[in-house]
Design a protein around this ligand. Sequence first.
Ligand SMILES: C[S@@+](CC[C@H](N)C(=O)[O-])C[C@H]1O[C@@H](n2cnc3c(N)ncnc32)[C@H](O)[C@@H]1O
Length: 223
Amino acid sequence: MGKNKIRRFEENLTFRHLFQQSFDELMAGFPLKGKWHKEYFGNDNPIVLELGCGKGEYTVGLAQRFPDKNFIGLDIKGSRMWVGCKQVEKSGLKNVAFIRTRISLIQHFFGKDEVSEIWLTFSDPQPRKSKEKKRLSSPQFLKRYSHFLRDDNTIHMKTDNRLLFDFTLDVIGKHGHEKGFVSFDVYGKGAPPEVMEIQTYYEEIWRKEGRMIHYLNFRMNKT
Ligand SMILES: C[S@@+](CC[C@H](N)C(=O)[O-])C[C@H]1O[C@@H](n2cnc3c(N)ncnc32)[C@H](O)[C@@H]1O
């Protein structure tokens, strides 16, 4: 492992806004589950997650734009999340946290009705049919989210990947979720400002290659 990565991992241990539990600790019960509002954020503002946040561009960018909401970025890669953690430390933002975890364990971190929105930003498309259920918008992952999402939820997806985008539209249609705004070309017209203004590390790479960026949002029907 490179020195830079080791330094980042060490510094990650010092951030009060980054949570990383061992599997055994998590199974014993995550202390903030069901208590994020009262014991971490100290307010009743809506909680918004970014799953597979990488460097946390949406977590930090949205937290700056929407001080009346709380934001939590989740990813398994600690050295990427260090970038967002460092920005939060420098800026003093109070409405942000990060969790280093596999997203398949997400239901252990949040209680019933604790979360209002989810952003899926340039998620791994898992293109092989046999890996479909590993896509973060698959029915299997949506079921995990249903344990802690409010009924009046919103799920956002931004991606360059047409296969993942079409798959998600298909899941929305087949499972009776409520489709909201859909754009196959975010920079073409009409997307909400934050969808155009905040660009992630991976988005910049794909845009330089000339790929079109897609965005959609929907409400998950939990019944
Ligand atoms: C293609 S990158 C996108 C990162 C960032 N959102 C961006 O747009 O730059 C996908 C990210 O999702 C994370 N990821 C993928 N599957 C995951 C899982 N099951 N649990 C936790 N993180 C995951 C990866 O570590 C990676 O940082």
